[in-house]
Design a protein around this ligand. Structure first.
Ligand code: CLF
Length: 283
């Protein structure tokens, strides 16, 4: 039976910080391809990823069958609550994501199934995600303004065609916001992630919180820029800048403040768990 949204909210460690006491989570790296050229992102896949950190990194890609076996192995520890799909590319640009979701839903009705997307194909894929039993969804939306989006995205693949340059920004934004609204209407637990980039998105995040709150999203997670990719020369926000942005946005949408900017193959036991589970970083 599908869990009600308020129950999911209380037990999901990326919505309610207290849930980290007893809810463990893991990501399945089944999605290498991407459909959006975010200037702040750098995908690192393979052995060199063991030295990297953050979203977009995974030491080993998994097939759907391998992913299910990995979940079985970790679930046997007794603390796994959430299984997420977060790359290292865009989950919705890879058929393996839906295949794995369906396999897991058939075999693990007790797990919260979670997915993080850039939103480009969210509206189109939503019926299949719901049918596959997805519970919670994160959409990364950094702005409400096409002029800002034009500074963030170099290219996009939409409907099988590749678009290059700043003219794609309005369509990218439109798809992200339409996807978010559709996911909320469908009854999913929904969070918006925004990357705080001094000089680019810092003046926009409050408008994101305001619009996402009006749509009915449940949480907002403002993440500091990790200087890399085509933004390797920019600076990350200071702790005070991050806190100021979260405080500004909190009047529109509850803020999540415990994000650890996970790898695509991360395994995170609950705080109270004993023992060591190797993720892609250490084996
Ligand atoms: Fe993974 Fe993301 Fe689901 Fe959490 S992570 S897909 S919502 S289960 Fe969580 Fe990691 Fe931050 Fe994401 S700490 S990067 S917010």
């Amino acid at each position: 039976m599908k869990l009600q949204t308020h129950v999911l909210l209380d037990h999901h460690p990326c919505y309610t910080e207290a849930a980290r006491e007893d809810s463990g989570r893991m990501h399945l790296a089944v999605a290498p391809q991407c459909n959006l050229g975010c200037r702040y992102c750098e995908r690192v896949i393979g052995a060199k990823a063991s030295l990297a950190a953050g979203p977009g990194t995974a030491t080993r890609l998994l097939t759907p069958a391998e992913a299910v076996a990995r979940v079985d192995e970790v679930h046997a520890k007794g603390w796994l609550r959430v299984v997420g799909f977060a790359g290292p590319g865009e989950p919705l640009a890879n058929p393996a994501t839906l295949t794995t979701l369906r396999l897991l839903r058939e075999t693990h009705s007790d797990l919260i199934l979670c997915l993080s997307t850039n939103g480009l194909e969210l509206e189109a894929t939503l019926p299949e995600l719901l049918d596959a039993g997805l519970d919670s969804l994160t959409v990364t939306i950094n702005t409400t303004h096409p002029e800002t989006a034009a500074q963030l995205y170099d290219w996009a693949v939409i409907g099988g065609d590749r678009f290059v340059g700043q003219s794609t920004a309005p369509e990218v934004l439109s798809r992200q916001w339409r996807g978010l609204a559709a996911a909320v209407r469908a009854g999913l637990l929904v969070k918006v992630n925004s990357v705080l980039i001094p000089g680019i998105t810092d003046t926009d995040v409050e408008s994101v919180a305001r619009r996402a709150g009006a749509i009915g999203a449940h949480r907002h997670n403002i993440m500091p820029l990790i200087p890399r990719g085509r933004m390797r020369d920019r600076r990350a926000p200071t702790h005070d800048e991050l806190e100021q942005a979260r405080t500004q946005c909190e009047r529109w949408l509850p803020q999540f403040r415990a994000c650890t900017q996970c790898r695509a193959d991360v395994i995170v036991p609950p705080l109270g768990a004993k023992g060591h589970i190797p993720c892609g970083t250490c084996g």
